[in-house]
Design a protein around this ligand. Structure first.
Ligand code: SF4
Length: 703
């Protein structure tokens, strides 16, 4: 804190990493961030985790892009082991903004003229502001002329959103995570908040200390187990079986809330009949949980006066991810655990603005506020707002776009702040697809792995350099403020998107993000009563909000759901096997995810000095018994092989892992976990099965 003596100014903003959306203050001297402190935001009350507190220096990394780059003639696209992203001039040359933007837009407009609007696609970013997300999807829809626009929600909670939209009529959480403090029972499943939503985890710990019973259901152990009333490990992929068995107990023992079901739902009789044969005894073999344990947790959840369910990507990243979420929704509806303080459904959103980017329409099948592109009335409203005809066909999703590139139908892309060359499943295939693009424009902070496939690279803005709104997992719209100047010739993302749009003849003329926000309010009822001026004044306003001076609704759906008739819907499911079950050749389950210290593909956190020092190398977490079986000691190299490829990384002993399961973080390019992962998709959410692939482990020779 001695540093505070030398800071010459402070700027209040929001953390750039996870969906918790902690408010923070940058302490700055000579336009450089000295340190960061948490402030009293509604979702963090002065708390920050290690990423928010120490991960602030990545914008100053020596590899930061400061001028537009154009690929040198004859230099092959792709990951070249001799290429150094900090010295990109071996493969690219510097250019003026005018030259780079002209070339970027020319390549895209030429492809559109030659092959039609379906030849182009765009990936926007959940790390950018709401206004930038709005502009990006507007450019694709009104400039490119298709709905082929998506972002990382496809890789995290698309299946949760699909189920929530289907059953409740809304894709966002029904209650904030602070409501856990009001709950008698909190069920956490397929999530590891102490790692992935660390400040949210502090609320769960606080709730447990106050007497709330935490039930944790997951294949792996976790730090919150120490606070849990019951922590139950189930077989990877056995989740639908487990939840249906819980529903069976609730139905057969009459633990459901008849009055709530009659007043607020439809389809319960069908669910009752459907789960009749999925008894705990029938499901125990599939989920690996003893029948008496299933009965105990089902009774605990159903008999609670107030209970909440939180879930993460352990639920969503499966070919049955939507079914998983449907089951959790059924559990809450059957017991009347929605619409009151201390009750609700909460998919813990991943990136800092994945909620806002989704709300703003960075989704191929819906316009802003989840309004279907197939609805003529909806389209007409946006056609009037944007004075442009819109395509009525739902666009392709992230993985489908890669398939379309391989098939030769998509030929040009604009990728803003996403890194599919690290984040997509089956990376060899995804990287080959990127290499086939005839024209690729990448807008980012660094020459990411994806940018190494680009024709043009446009240097963009880091979060501490941005002004804009973001929406966190709690539906809190918050204001981020620019704390430090942009380096060199880097530009705000909204400015770059606008310059591309102008070259598509769109004639945009925004001079500040607040003008974009004002336009968003005309197309998004969710932003009613939230103005830019109010955000500047209050820093955070929750949607939906009933009046200009009213606080937003922390808990929603007390009276009715936003579906025809106002009723929520039960959607019965049946257990399905993983797409790629283990077998004699590939006997171990591979699961992937994030580490506490690193974020997503590592493009920011691996360039943050403290975070990279804490977790500098790729590791595979294994149970002690698994290490013994392989005759490995912690620190030995281990090779993981799937049907799609192999990587070698360092073995780490992790007593929270069950035998037969290996966990690998996906942020290390030198051992990219997604070389191994299965691209099979959930049919509804179109999300890949990152949480289950059959693999083989073997001892590797030390290098
Ligand atoms: Fe940032 Fe999330 Fe950590 Fe809060 S919990 S400081 S939002 S990474």
């Amino acid at each position: 804190r001695g540093d505070s003596k030398v800071a010459d100014r402070q700027v209040d903003s929001v953390c750039p990493y996870c969906g918790v959306g902690c408010q923070l203050t940058y302490h700055i001297k000579d336009d450089a961030i000295l340190f960061v402190e948490g402030r009293d935001g509604p979702s963090n009350q002065n708390r920050l985790c290690v990423k928010g507190r120490f991960g602030f220096d990545y914008p100053n990394h020596s590899a930061r892009l400061t001028r537009p780059l154009i690929r040198r003639p004859g230099v092959a696209k792709g990951l070249d082991p001799d290429f150094d992203p900090a010295h990109p001039l071996s493969h690219f040359r510097e250019a003026s903004w005018d030259e780079a933007l002209d070339l970027a837009a020319d390549g895209l407009t030429r492809l559109k003229a030659a092959h039609g609007p379906d030849a182009l696609a765009g990936f926007g970013s959940a790390k950018c502001s709401n206004e930038e997300a709005w502009l990006f999807q507007k450019l694709v829809r009104t400039g490119f002329g298709s709905n082929h626009v998506d972002h990382c929600t496809r890789l995290c909670h698309a299946s949760s959103v699909a189920a929530l939209m289907e059953c409740l009529g809304s894709g966002a959480v029904t209650a904030s995570f602070m409501q856990a403090l009001e709950a008698d029972v909190v069920l956490l499943t397929g999530c590891n908040p102490a790692v992935n939503h660390p400040v949210a985890a502090t609320y769960f710990k606080q709730a447990a200390r106050n007497g709330t019973k935490l039930i944790i259901l997951d294949p792996r152990g976790q730090a919150l187990d120490a606070y849990a009333h019951r922590s139950v490990r189930f077989t990877p992929g056995g989740d639908v079986a487990l939840y249906n068995a819980m529903l069976n107990v609730i139905v057969t023992e009459g633990l459901f809330d008849q009055a709530y079901i009659e007043a607020h739902t439809e389809g319960f009789a069908a669910l009752q009949a459907h789960v009749g044969d999925m008894t705990p005894e029938a499901m125990t073999g599939l989920c690996g949980v003893a029948p008496e344990t299933i009965r105990e947790i089902a009774r605990l959840f159903a008999r609670a006066e107030r209970a909440m369910i939180f879930w993460g990507m352990g639920i969503s990243q499966h070919v049955h991810g939507t079914d998983n979420a449907r089951c959790l929704i059924s559990l809450a509806l059957a017991c009347g655990h929605i619409g009151r303080p201390g009750t609700g459904l909460h998919p813990l959103r991943g990136q800092n603005n994945v909620q806002g980017a989704s709300d703003a329409g960075l989704i191929p099948m819906v316009l802003p506020d989840y309004q279907p592109v197939t609805d003529a009335q909806v389209r007409a409203a946006f056609e009037e707002l944007w004075a442009t005809p819109l395509d009525d066909k739902p666009g392709l999703t992230v993985v489908e776009i890669m398939e379309a590139i391989t098939a030769g139908t998509i030929k040009g892309m604009y990728i803003q702040g996403e890194n599919p060359a690290m984040s997509d499943p089956d990376l060899d295939h995804a990287r080959a697809a990127l290499g086939r693009l005839e024209h690729l424009v990448v807008q980012d902070l660094f020459v990411t792995e994806t940018a190494q496939f680009a024709d043009i690279i446009l240097p963009a803005s880091a979060w501490p350099e941005k002004e804009g709104s973001v929406t966190n997992t709690n539906r809190q719209v918050q204001l981020g403020r620019a704390a430090v100047p942009l380096p060199g010739e880097a530009k705000p993302d909204w400015w770059i998107i606008q310059e591309i749009a102008r070259r598509f003849g769109l004639g945009w003329d925004y001079t500040h993000p607040r003008e974009v926000f004002a336009e968003m309010k005309r197309g998004m009822a969710s932003l009613d009563h939230i103005s830019w001026a109010r955000l500047e004044r209050e820093d955070s306003v929750t949607y939906p909000c009933a009046a200009d001076d009213a606080p937003g609704a922390d808990v929603v759906f007390s009276d009715a759901f936003p579906r025809a008739g106002g009723r929520a819907r039960f959607a019965p499911t049946r257990p399905l096997p993983p797409d790629e079950p283990v077998d004699a050749e590939y006997p171990t389950v591979l699961t992937t995810g994030r580490q506490l210290e690193h974020w997503h593909t590592g493009s920011m956190t691996r360039r943050a000095r403290v975070l990279d020092a804490l977790e500098p190398e790729a590791v595979a977490s294994l149970a002690p018994a698994e290490l013994s079986r392989l005759h490995l000691a912690p620190g030995d190299p281990v090779t993981i092989t799937t049907r799609r490829g192999a990587i070698t990384l360092t073995a780490r002993v992790d007593p929270s892992m069950p035998a037969g399961l290996v966990f690998v973080p996906f942020c290390y390019v030198e051992a990219a976990a997604n070389i191994l992962t299965n691209p099979a998709l959930d049919p509804d959410g179109k999300i890949p099965e990152f949480k289950y692939a059959a693999c083989r482990l073997s001892r590797a020779e030390p290098q």
